[in-house]
Ligand binder design. Structure first.
Ligand code: NAD
Ligand code: TDX
Length: 341
């Protein structure tokens, strides 16, 4: 392993992975290949911009010719695929881009990686492929898929193609299924960065339904250390859950965040629920632990560090909250907030 292609490396988790890998492995070269959609942001890569082992090419994983050229020009031996449309609410509004990237794009990237003779292909997936998990149960890697949102279904489709290329073509693949990730540089449409940045401006925080939906919260640095371990030690053809094992409901998370900011809980508004909203995600992570992983960050400290980062880096999110973001905000929240209880 020497020349690693990181697709989607200008996004939230991909950029954290790039920063981590360049620091941890002085012998690796990293090429980020990213379409720079609304979620891709070169500011996320500013900390590594001057690093000679870092390169960037703009492109779409569903553009076969460019993928082929990039694999060859940069003598890529390893692919780590983060590229995705990643927001459930957007997939409910319109799913075309999800099928394009998370299904067709994954197929084309895999197919070109096979043709080029890539030695290792890691695909980043999600706990959402398991669907809604009843109280007391924790998903294991062999559980059946039951995706409920168009986003989750597109991720499940991409994953199944990775599996098929392993079984049919003998490709050396591994898959990670991460849980709800939070931390610095997360696009402010996801719950925590959205609520933190809105609260900083004393704006209402739209909590879907009763706010008692449970998510398994994972700090971004623990997510990328899990991916690193699976990349190096995961068994070919296998999938690995990466879970924070911090199962908390949205309303409690929101209250804790507001307390850290010193903002009133009255900013929270119960709004009409997300369609098809999964009530609970929860995963068992013993398989990854058996490879030697353990999380380094605990909830309280990680939440505090995250809140502090958005307070200190308003330059980063203020630039984003313009143009397309405001259009999306209006489509997603205007009617909901008008109907708030
Ligand atoms: P993100 O939306 O912040 O970033 C996605 C990146 O992919 C962006 O830089 C975007 O420009 C790029 N991209 C999108 N379409 C592309 C295409 N067709 N070709 C090339 N690049 C493209 O997403 P994220 O939160 O960093 O998630 C990264 C991966 O992790 C995704 O595969 C997601 O499904 C998965 N995941 C995310 C979470 C989470 O909580 N955020 C949890 C588990 C798994
Ligand atoms: O405005 C909101 N109000 C609200 O109540 C938003 C944006 C979210 N929520 C709720 C919905 C969920 O129960 O908060 C919870 C978290 O929502 P998101 O941040 O949208 O994440 P989720 O839908 O759980 O999916 C996330 O985890 C799995 C990531 O976005 C996915 O990319 C990942 O695969």
């Amino acid at each position: 392993m020497k020349n690693i292609l990181v697709t989607g490396g200008a996004g939230f988790i991909g950029s954290a992975f790039v920063r981590y890998m360049l620091e941890r492995y002085p012998e690796y070269n990293i090429l980020v290949y990213d379409k720079l959609t609304y979620a891709g942001n070169m500011d996320n890569l500013l900390p590594v911009h001057d690093e000679p082992r870092f390169r960037f090419e703009r492109g779409d994983i569903a553009d076969r010719d460019t993928v082929r050229r990039v694999l060859s020009d940069h003598q890529i031996d390893t692919v780590v695929n983060f590229a995705a449309e990643s927001h459930v609410d957007r997939s409910i509004l319109q799913a075309d881009a999800f099928i394009h990237t998370d299904v067709v794009g994954v197929y084309l990237l895999l197919d070109e990686a096979k043709a080029h003779g890539v030695e290792r292909f890691l695909h980043v997936s999600t706990d959402e492929v398991y669907g809604d998990i009843e109280e007391g149960k924790f998903s294991v890697e062999t559980d059946p898929f039951a995706p409920n949102s168009p986003y989750a279904a597109s991720k499940a489709g991409g994953e199944l193609m990775v599996r098929a290329y392993h079984v049919t073509h003998g490709m050396n693949t591994v898959i990670t299924r991460g849980s709800n990730t939070f931390g610095p540089y997360q696009y402010p449409e996801k719950l925590l960065p959205f609520f933190i940045t809105e609260a900083l401006e004393d704006r209402p925080l739209p909590l879907y339904g009763d706010g008692r939906q449970v998510r398994d919260w994972l700090y971004v640095e623990d997510h990328v250390s899990g991916i690193d371990l699976v990349l190096h030690k995961g068994v070919s053809g296998e999938a690995y859950n990466i879970a924070g094992e911090d199962n908390r409901c949205n309303i409690d998370v929101a209250h804790q965040m507001l307390d850290l900011l010193g903002k009133p809980h009255t900013l929270l508004k119960h709004v009409p629920d997300r369609a098809g909203h999964d009530r609970r995600y929860a995963m068992n992570c013993d398989k990854l632990r058996a490879l030697g992983w353990q999380r380094a960050h605990h909830w309280e400290a990680a939440l505090e560090a995250t809140v502090r980062w958005y307070v200190d880096n308003a330059w980063w999110w203020r630039k984003i909250k313009t143009g397309e973001y405001l259009e999306y905000y209006k489509r997603q929240y205007a009617a909901r907030l008008a109907a708030a209880e």
